[in-house]
Write a new protein. Sequence first.
Length: 576
Amino acid sequence: MTAADRDGHDHVVDVLIVGSGGGGMAAALTAAASGLDVLVVEKSSHFGGSTALSGGGIWVPGAPAQRRGGYTPDPEEVVRYLLDITDGLVSEARIRQYVEAAPKMLEFLEGLSGWFEFVWKPGYADYYPERPGGSELGSTINVPAIDLRKLGADEQTLLQPLALAPRGIWLGPKELRQFYRIRQSWTGKGVLLKLVARMVRARVFNERMAAIGQSLAARLRLAMRERGIPLWLDSPMTELLTDVDGSVTGAVVERNGAKQRIAARAGVILASGGFDHDLAWRKEHLPVVDQDWSFGNPASMGDGIRAGQKLGAATDLLDEAWWFPAIQWPDGRMQFMLNERMMPSQFIVNGAGKRFINEAAPYMDFGHAMIDGQNSGVTHIPCWLITDHRSFNRYVVGGHLPIPKIPFAPVPTGRKVPKAWLESGVVKSAMNWDEMASKIGVPAQQLHETAGRFNELARKGHDDDFNRGDSVYDNYYGDPTLPNPNLYPLGDPPYYAFRVVLGDLGTSGGLLTDEHARVLRPDGTAVPGLYAVGNTSAAVMGRSYAGAGATIGPAMTFGFVAAKHLATQATNSHRR
């Protein structure tokens, strides 16, 4: 009989990590490098979590890749920036820990394995570059593309995006902006040629290249495999185990149809995501959003948060999410609406036919404006993005490429709005404002006034109503050939209206944690042996979003922090 059997456990490790996204895998690598025996369990049959579905950005001011590029943000200025945008909702200790530990986390990973290559994306500004401590150069870190064949058998268990691009179609972190300028620059046209070449290579050489979140998740898994860290798929955690004093000592995990009691000598790190797709729980905290429009991991149902609550843990920001306005197509497929909101010749109206925000604002702010507006009694969910035919044929809109019609192209092309879009009701077409008002259900006179006012401001070159284009962030996906990259009058009809719903990248509220990622009780004391990171914890960003990668950056950083703290506690315990 083994020691595990004698203690009533089926398996004994030093650290049990629940969840295999960026936070969980970073924690596993850190704990293993600290000499601890680690096990990662994953509820679903695929690893990678929401990280694998993401844009793969990691927001890390002072990252080694930045320093190599000759830029090192002042840590005190970064702290100032985060304190400003979080507006007192997050402890200064947590913010300072993030600013100090995030660069160390990336430095650790770079030194740990050759799989990690981090590159800086200068020019993608923080989302509030004009605020104290904000940066116009930005702090978004990415990884290069990778051939998924390197994963071997694990390629089949990497969580795939719901909308798969044709093989060979991938864009690096620095190419997306150029691609959106396909009509404005030769560089954009060059990216299109690259995509064609990549498709050919994929067919000739059977390459299976992947970028952004897919590449990041793959690299983390490859490094875990290199270190011999076990990953159990199809192994949901059903409850946490505790000692008589309330310390977390492990968890019950279902595997191969049987419950296994896993002892964790040093502690448990919950990295199992938020409750993205538990619609009943979400409606309880935010009734105004009553549809499942989340882009988050399909397996994210809040298991880790509930497990912590059962032990008396405190929670925070359960009504919050990483909001992202989106298009929902009739088949349920969700599509981000990012660059469209920065296009010059467009404006967005609510149910009253009025503009209500700078359309190019950061997506978190746009989401909050939709929620606040809906709560005011005026329909904002959905709202409508209105543009003209010229703009449709000049900019990338809804995935349509403004190039001549190409038969059998993997994305819509040509000069006409796809017939299926119009038949779906997601896109409306009209030859005048009265007709458009009728089709989208807004007051005709008000829509006339809104369009006239917008065109007046666009001709003037400044948005006096909402200051669209004033921020460097607004300009990023705008049209650089215009004096104001985000403003240009709408011209002749037909006009088009795109239905905009409130998507999200996942919930961002969860278990309350301290600067060491320890789970806290309502009285501020820590639950011994229990840590939470990523969307299982209440976000260090509060209700804001510092810059691209402000979800994965904290998840990986606090995974690193939790593992370091847990290792220190284990060492001290052994000494005692």
